[in-house]
Design a protein around this ligand. Structure first.
Ligand code: HEC
Ligand code: HEC
Length: 354
């Protein structure tokens, strides 16, 4: 063996050593980064079934909340699908620009955007999000007494929450909204309702909600944005709202989901004043119920509801229009206390037909 050979060998083993050291240092660095900044989120990589099962067991833990699809997965869709999802999202966020009183496509609705009520484009936990839509429709809804498709449900919001007319089910806009609902339901197994879907379920009070106390809450916590008139503030382009109306002729009508007190109080508790969330609420339950009572006692557009809730027994405890199957007065169905009505309904559901 020449001295040259052993030098070459030495250099080779040195190289190997340096590479190994590099790998070890690299691994240590990754470990350090993870320790410092926490484990990266692999939410969508997990089998959704398992995740949902885990989420059910721990209601209050924010890490168990379903968070919806992640933007990076959008590239897994075909270019056409991506375009439809994108247009669907645009319609949710800027509904009035396309379909409001000054809309560029059609004039169907009252100037509100879907996002005014379905926060973060329908992606906020307990912010009236769309996570359960794709997995649960078509479904039977007691309000109409019919099996409803997603398109029918979307049009319910056009006719009630946006106090407008329905969108043609064959239109490109409806196709885009449906593509968006499908995308928002990514990873949710059929028939499952992920934790944090829809509207926050607020606890009942043992008294009636009080519109007078609610007016004081409103003046203190809401009217700086929604205005003393409750009519909100238009954006500078006068097409949609900076702060949407809570009552008056441009607000949701008496057939809308928010006209039911439990929905409005739950929505407000988990989302308002702007910036509040279910895990950082700014109102007590009492304040949320009372301010909801005040808002829903103010004037708004009327909707003919004579065909709603064809089966009286299935009428919800807080539907504020009679007739009822139970003996409680209209006023109690509007403001509560609701627990006695719920108890009555529980007892009589069984004895009644079904
Ligand atoms: C004024 C508030 C408001 C506006 C504006 C609004 N919605 Fe809704 N939406 C609601 C409420 C309240 C519910 C019922 C939530 C519940 O019962 O849990 C709802 C429910 C829905 C659902 C069914 C969700 C489910 O999981 O069953 C869909 C789909 C929907 N809205 C779509 C839309 C679309 C699309 C728009 C815009 C064109 C829109 N909404 C505008 C308040 C609103
Ligand atoms: C800092 C401004 C601000 C304050 C304060 C505020 N809101 Fe809102 N509110 C908004 C905005 C903005 C939206 C629409 C959100 C969006 O489009 O993303 C909204 C939406 C709403 C909606 C659904 C849309 C509608 O018009 O029906 C309700 C209900 C609501 N707010 C009630 C309240 C109540 C009750 C309070 C007081 C407890 C309150 N807000 C305080 C800014 C505010």
């Amino acid at each position: 063996m020449s001295p040259d050979d052993s030098v070459v060998k030495l250099i080779r083993s040195l190289k190997l050593l340096v590479t190994l050291l590099g790998v070890v240092l690299g691994l240590l660095l990754i470990l350090l980064l993870i320790l410092l900044f926490g484990v990266p989120e692999f939410d969508l990589a997990q089998p959704p079934g398992k995740k949902l099962a885990e989420m059910k067991s721990v209601n209050a833990d924010r890490h168990m909340m379903w968070k919806g699809p992640s933007e990076k997965d959008i590239s897994k869709l075909s270019p056409t699908e991506q375009q439809m999802v994108g247009y669907g999202k645009e319609l949710i966020v800027h509904t009035a620009d396309y379909l409001g009183p000054k809309g560029s496509v059609k004039h169907l609705s009252n100037g509100m955007n879907c996002q005014n009520c379905h926060l973060d484009a329908g992606g906020k936990p307990w912010g009236n999000n769309y996570f359960a839509v794709q997995a649960t429709y078509p479904k039977f809804r007691a309000r109409s007494g019919k099996i409803e498709t997603q398109a029918k449900r979307i049009n319910d919001c056009f006719e009630r929450s946006l106090n407008g007319e329905s969108l043609n089910e064959q239109s490109n806009e409806m196709a885009a909204l449906l593509a968006y609902m499908k995308w928002m339901g990514t990873g949710v197994p059929a028939k499952q309702v992920p934790e944090g879907s829809g509207i926050y379920k607020i606890h009942d009070l043992d008294r009636a909600a009080d519109p007078v106390a609610g007016k004081a809450v409103y003046e203190q916590k809401c009217q700086s944005c929604h205005q003393p008139t409750g009519e909100g503030v238009m954006a500078p382009d006068e097409k949609s709202y900076l702060f949407p109306p809570l009552w008056g002729k441009h607000s949701y009508n008496t057939g809308a989901g928010l006209f039911r007190m439990s929905n409005l109080a739950g929505y407000v508790k988990a989302n308002m004043p702007l910036g509040a969330s279910y895990d950082a609420p700014q109102l007590t339950d009492e304040q949320a119920w009372d301010v909801a009572a005040f808002i829903n006692s103010m004037p708004r557009p009327q909707k003919d509801l004579s065909n709603d809730w064809p089966d009286l027994v299935s009428k919800p405890f807080d539907h504020p229009f009679g007739p009822y199957a139970d003996p409680f007065p209209v006023k109690q169905h509007k403001y509560g206390p609701f627990t006695p009505i719920k108890d009555w309904q529980k007892q009589h559901k069984n004895s009644n037909t079904r």
